[in-house]
Design a protein around this ligand. Sequence first.
Ligand code: T4K
Length: 406
Amino acid sequence: MLSRPAPLAILGGAPRFSQNVYVGTPNIGDRAALTGRIDDALNRRWLTNNGPLVQEFERRLGEITGVEHCIAVCNATTGLEIALRGLDLTGEVIVPSFTFIATVHSVSWLGLTPVFCDVDPVTHNLDPAQVEKLITPRTSAIMGVHLWGRGCAPTELEAIAKKHGLKLIFDAAHAFGCSHDGRMIGSFGDLEVFSFHATKFVNCLEGGAILCRDAALADRLRKSINFGFTGYDKVVSLGINGKMNEFSAAMGLTSLDAMDKIVATNRANWHLYRDGLAGLPGVAMTPYSETDRQNWHYVVCEIDEEITGLSRDDLLAALWAERVIARRYFFPGCHAMEPYRSLDPDIGKALPETGKLSRKLLQLPNGTAIDSAAIHQCCDLIRQIIAQRDAVKARLAEHPELALAR
Ligand code: T4K
């Protein structure tokens, strides 16, 4: 006789997991190698300011991406700000709203005006045709984001930038280790910026890197991450402190050693989710190219409420009750957050695809911290929650405190 599945936690059962299962649990790599590197740094008493581990990390980034100039920084957000400043931009920068808030804040932080552009519903990335329509005499740059590590139409955007005499920057926070049409991400546009935050598949605790192919630009950027110093007593330009420290580089190098294994795990997990959710009406996995290099870090699902009969947010609330802390990146879109929301309350009307995606997508846990049994449980839970949608909706209507903020 088949046993009945345990009641869902949102309906009063016990949570399926005994502790939270997160999107973004860090991959650690070889602890002994990590602590060995940290010990070496302590023994050297050289802890930051272009130390040997940072230099090695930069070299390794160059080998992986094939890009000549790789500048390690303390995080990607600061990297974006330093990069934008280094390009001497003015006026407006075209950006997606469907991204992490750091993309847009980096533009505003410099006193530039972010101009929101809608995304393509299939790629989730900037739609080049819409980008071109937003170019004005005030536009100085386009900033694309390779969301989920999938190339943001880089060749089309390079052509548009060239035609209009604009700078082109990529927020490549998600895209380390990925390629587009055979060319490594990191090598497109005027420059690209990776994130190595703890939640990224290769991590430096906090960290990032700016990559570019122009030696003069690289030289300028390198000075500006260190206050504009060129020697002990000599400052030649405006600068800030954007340096990566040695512990971060130790973590980054250890992470790079494990990179191939992490990618293989991510990829295998992604396929387990795909198989576990196969044939479930209204739930579609966002695919990755099997021909280009991918890091398979984000497991993205599109929930079609018309078919599932349950909204993405109600599904998420039920998963959270089970201690599966799935996410709704990037709800509600940057344009709907402050300060942008108050600056132009109607801008959402020009961003219909951003609005739709921000209500449909969810991301599931991936990485080396989750095993196949947990992935099977997550898939099983999604099936059960959708099968019991009427009870779930009734429960959330009775207990709005269990629902996610809209
Ligand atoms: N551009 C884009 C497109 C980005 O996605 C990001 C960052 C940036 C720029 C800026 O890069 P950085 O300046 O950060 O280098 C997380 C990350 O914090 C953020 O780096 C990332 N994007 C974004 C997509 O995800 P949140 O708001 O989801 O929350 P957070 O950092 O609290 O982490 C999520 C979950 O991960 C936690 O709930 C628990 C788990 N976690 C987190 C940390 C830090 C752990 O288990 N252990 C940990 O040590 O932003």
